[in-house]
Write a protein that binds this ligand. Structure first.
Ligand code: AMP
Ligand code: MG
Length: 319
């Protein structure tokens, strides 16, 4: 059966738009910058002793996410598999043996159509996903700061012509970045705090101590502050908003089960992970930085679709 979004007319218009998009000079430069970001981030992480692992695309276990998305599944071999929404659990498993890892991880998140207009959401994007064993949140915040400073520093030094093309002047950001707790940010700026914090900031800024209900069960609760997580989001300055989310992970079986129940989820949904936790896992901490959002920020472009050769805008079937 032919659907509206697959009619000959729709496809021919889409192909025309794709060709126009790919021939846009701005898009070409942003794709070039994105390549440098991948290269410099990888160089940096290797220098720090991180091992790159390959992304996985399907698995019986993926991130449940704390916000609604349409969930595609693949039925095969008599079972169900998800398409990766994030490699959170695979990171937590792999890091037990490999100690320090990163992945250039494609994620599929079929975001609701209303996110089409944010300039920050695609339904197919790539995360630079990082995890380390027996490191604290503070250790990983320090690593993230170095990563951002190193990557931007090399682009400024080795490819000033690209920044010049975008009329983009980026300062030399200094460590440590400022921090504000989620509750303080909400108190200071009101409901729309992330956008306001970002608009006011002159340098990337940390949003820390996120309330439990805002995040998934795998992010670790403070042992001495119930209801608050050992989490951190990095917010870009100049209104570009969220760069990254991360945190320490729950690792004790009893705590994992308690958190799954608190979230109203079923043990059945996470039986692969629970089985692993029964074997015993150690604390790990990590974060993920969206490559497209990083590129958007570095180039100073308004729309995330302008940094992707084949942008997948929520609600729209595209090549
Ligand atoms: P999360 O753990 O859900 O915060 O995702 C990690 C990072 O991936 C975010 O901080 C963003 O940089 C990026 N990201 C998440 N969702 C999207 C999306 N729909 N489109 C583009 N980038 C995204
Ligand atoms: Mg996030």
């Amino acid at each position: 059966m032919e659907t509206v979004n697959q009619s000959d007319k729709y496809i021919s218009k889409e192909i025309e738009m794709t060709i126009r998009h790919l021939s846009d000079e701005k898009v070409r430069h942003a794709i070039i910058v994105q390549g440098y970001i991948r290269q410099y981030v990888s160089d940096f992480l290797r220098l720090k002793g991180y091992i790159e692992i390959s992304p996985i695309i399907i698995s019986p276990l993926t991130d449940p996410l704390n916000h609604p998305v349409y969930d595609p599944m693949i039925h095969a071999y008599g079972g169900d598999m998800w398409i990766t929404k994030s490699m959170i659990f695979h990171k937590q498993i792999a890091v037990q043996e490999l100690k320090k890892i990163f992945i250039m991880s494609p994620n599929i998140r079929l975001e609701e159509e209303k996110r089409a207009e944010t300039g920050r959401h695609l339904y197919e994007f790539t995360q630079i996903d990082i995890e380390a064993l027996e490191k604290s949140r503070e250790d990983m915040m320090d690593l993230a700061e170095d990563l951002i400073i190193y990557t931007i520093g090399r682009i400024k030094k080795e490819h000033p012509e690209e920044l010049k093309y975008f009329h983009r002047e980026l300062p030399d950001y200094k460590k440590p970045f400022d921090k504000i707790t989620y509750l303080d940010a909400e108190k200071k700026y009101g409901k729309d705090f992330e956008r306001k914090l970002s608009l006011e900031a002159k340098s990337p800024v940390w949003l820390i101590d996120i309330p439990l209900k805002e995040r998934e069960f795998y992010d670790r609760e403070y042992p001495d502050k119930p209801g608050i997580l050992r989490d951190m989001d990095l917010i870009y300055p100049e209104g570009y908003q969220e760069a990254s989310s991360g945190g320490e992970r729950e690792f004790e079986l009893s705590k994992i089960l308690e958190r799954i129940h608190k979230k109203g989820q079923t043990e059945d949904q996470f039986k692969w992970f629970i089985e692993l936790a029964k074997h015993g896992i150690k604390l790990s901490t990590g974060f993920g930085i969206g490559i497209e959002r990083f590129t958007r920020f570095v180039c100073g472009v308004e729309k995330i679709e302008d940094v992707s050769p084949f942008p997948k805008i929520p609600g729209k079937i595209s090549l």
